[in-house]
Design a protein around this ligand. Structure first.
Ligand code: HEC
Ligand code: HEC
Length: 145
């Protein structure tokens, strides 16, 4: 019996090791997207993963979830002067592009006044809407909707 196994046996008999022995003893370290580079050191650019493209959209998993973006946004820019999401998603352009029109909620101020244009509080779409990529999850997740 090697040391690792005997520690496992000990923990198991103490009731400390139940369902997932590997998580208790040998979980892989979890790093941020920067990797294990110190905050005072320069890091490499984070690789840009290919975004999932899902026809018909990605179903939401909880009530009031901002729907996930089902297409790549590599070419879109949101700056003070332009918001290229709106070049497809604005009320006017959506007719031609077939992009889903933002809901009514996006055209109200916080004080409930109706606006003609997207509310400034909703201008930075990617604060709430994000793309998805095919990657290995960093840690296990058993969330069910
Ligand atoms: C070139 C046009 C185009 C651009 C630019 C664009 N979209 Fe889209 N978007 C679409 C189309 C078309 C769909 C519908 C896709 C489908 O359902 O198959 C869509 C779907 C979506 C959905 C899913 C809506 C739902 O109810 O499932 C979200 C959210 C979204 N886009 C957000 C964004 C954001 C945020 C940006 C900018 C970062 C953006 N889009 C830029 C065309 C565009
Ligand atoms: C503060 C968070 C937030 C921001 C910023 C935001 N959204 Fe949303 N969005 C939501 C939420 C939450 C929903 C779903 C609930 C609702 O109807 O408000 C939603 C829904 C949507 C939908 C789905 C509409 C449908 O009928 O299925 C689209 C499209 C959309 N947003 C586009 C955008 C675009 C484009 C921008 C940027 C101009 C944007 N959103 C900015 C939170 C946000």
């Amino acid at each position: 019996m090697n040391i690792n196994t005997s520690v496992k046996t000990l923990l198991f008999s103490l009731g400390l090791l139940t369902i997932q022995p590997n998580l208790v003893l040998a979980a892989d370290p979890v790093y941020s997207l920067r990797g294990d580079i110190g905050v005072d050191e320069l890091s490499e650019m984070i690789p840009n993963r290919r975004a999932m493209a899902v026809d018909g959209g990605i179903s939401v998993t909880f009530e009031n979830q901002p729907p996930l973006i089902p297409h790549s946004i590599d070419k879109t820019r949101i700056t003070l002067h332009e918001n290229s999401c709106l070049s497809c998603h604005s009320k006017k352009n959506a007719k031609e592009t077939n992009a889903v029109r933002p809901p009514k909620s996006h055209y109200y101020t916080r004080k409930d006044s109706k606006l003609k244009k997207i509310s400034t509080g909703r201008y930075f779409c990617t604060q709430c809407h994000v793309t998805q990529a095919y990657t290995k999850p960093l840690i296990g997740n058993d969330f069910k909707n």
